[in-house]
Design a protein around this ligand. Structure first.
Ligand SMILES: [Zn+2]
Length: 357
């Protein structure tokens, strides 16, 4: 991966951005895309769109959400402990014993505490802990001490940062889905650097907000832009580790190329155009099947206004919604290439109406 691109990827995944608190990641996204785009716009919801050919009538929206899961402080105890709610979907076995950053008046270190194993009752030992039974300990001895640095509604994220593993693999907190924001920005960069985009086609590379809590940013972004077609990109469950069934979930391997979704949430013409692009440009891909609406920005996009011809790309990821998500950096790069290749095939008069041909 190009050094400047890798730097941007590290920077955006390491920047805390729980849903509703994406401003810091938005700043990173704007700084990277400003020199690449003809125009960069931020809407009132917080979505950031980097645009090529903003005057074109045919519009393509690319969406990669820049929010991540996290925690929000809802109560400060008299003992100085912080009690929190989940932002997005957490497996409650994960937070126990982790270090966090609380993003208060300053960045405050804390740990997520639970009763020690020796003090658990017999029945408690058999049950998985629930988030309501956990707290954040920042070392404050009193509520007054905690109040000096933390306010109600401050958010917290795990203390994990981007790290490369063997081969082309990497791990981070928040690949879901800041690697998606990275991919839409890279697709824009490739279109600008390598050309091939029809001058009558505008591309809107959007880092969306609040996906993890109900696809909320893609909805307002799509409405504001009113594109005829678009691709969302998100992490996708790798089915290549022990205990997950291929007969139940289908096959999806880390390192075998981006996934292209087929099913009701994908316009069939868009799906075919993506596959043609992958074959012609020799980009590896894996087909992923979704029988109905997906839990991704593609769902909100497809249902925008009178409908948007939507496609969904994915990157196979292990351990989703944990602080040690694992993916292949080559898959990430190939996904950006595939996204750019799709944009190059859109014409001002492309007809996306499903039909037998
Ligand atoms: Zn997610």
């Amino acid at each position: 991966m190009r050094a400047e691109s890798l730097k941007f990827l590290k920077q955006i995944v390491d920047t805390p951005s729980p849903s509703g608190y994406e401003e810091r990641a938005a700043e990173v996204y704007r700084a990277y895309t400003r020199p690449l785009a003809d125009e960069v716009r931020t809407d009132v919801h917080g979505n950031v769109a980097a645009i090529l050919n903003p005057k074109a009538k045919m519009k393509v929206m690319l969406a990669g959400h820049m929010d991540e899961i996290g925690f929000i402080v809802h109560h400060v105890g008299d003992d100085g402990m912080l009690y929190f709610s989940a932002i997005g979907g957490h497996d409650s076995v994960i937070p126990v014993g982790q270090r966090v950053w609380v993003h208060g008046k300053k960045k405050v270190a804390g740990v997520i505490g639970r009763k020690a194993i020796h003090l658990l009752e017999e029945d408690e030992k058999k049950k998985k802990p629930e988030l309501k039974d956990l707290w954040i300990d920042i070392g404050a001895a009193t509520k007054a001490e905690a109040d000096e640095v933390v306010s109600l509604g401050d958010v917290a994220t795990f203390q994990y940062e981007f790290q490369t593993l063997l081969g082309d693999r990497a791990t981070a907190r928040g690949f879901d889905n800041k690697m998606g924001s990275f991919i839409v920005a890279e697709a824009l960069r490739l279109l600008k650097a390598d050309g091939g985009l029809d001058p009558g086609v505008g591309v809107y590379a959007v880092a969306t907000v609040q996906e993890e809590i109900g696809l909320r940013g893609a909805r307002t972004a799509a409405y504001g832009i009113a594109p005829q077609t678009g691709l969302a990109v998100d992490v996708n469950h790798a089915v290549d580790y022990p205990g997950v069934s291929k007969t139940r979930y289908g096959q999806l391997d880390v390192g075998k190329g981006p996934s292209v979704m087929r099913g009701a949430n994908a316009n069939p013409i868009v799906f075919k155009m993506i596959l043609d692009a992958a074959k012609e440009d020799e980009i590896p891909y894996q087909v992923d099947v979704a029988p109905g609406g997906t839990g991704t920005d593609a769902n909100a996009m497809q249902l925008n206004m009178g409908g948007m011809a939507t496609g969904l790309l994915g990157v196979a990821l292990r351990y989703m919604h944990t602080p040690c998500e694992v993916l292949s950096l080559t898959d990430v790069e190939d996904c950006a290439k595939l996204m750019a290749a799709y944009c190059r095939r859109v014409r001002p008069d492309t007809d996306f109406t499903p039909r037998i041909s």
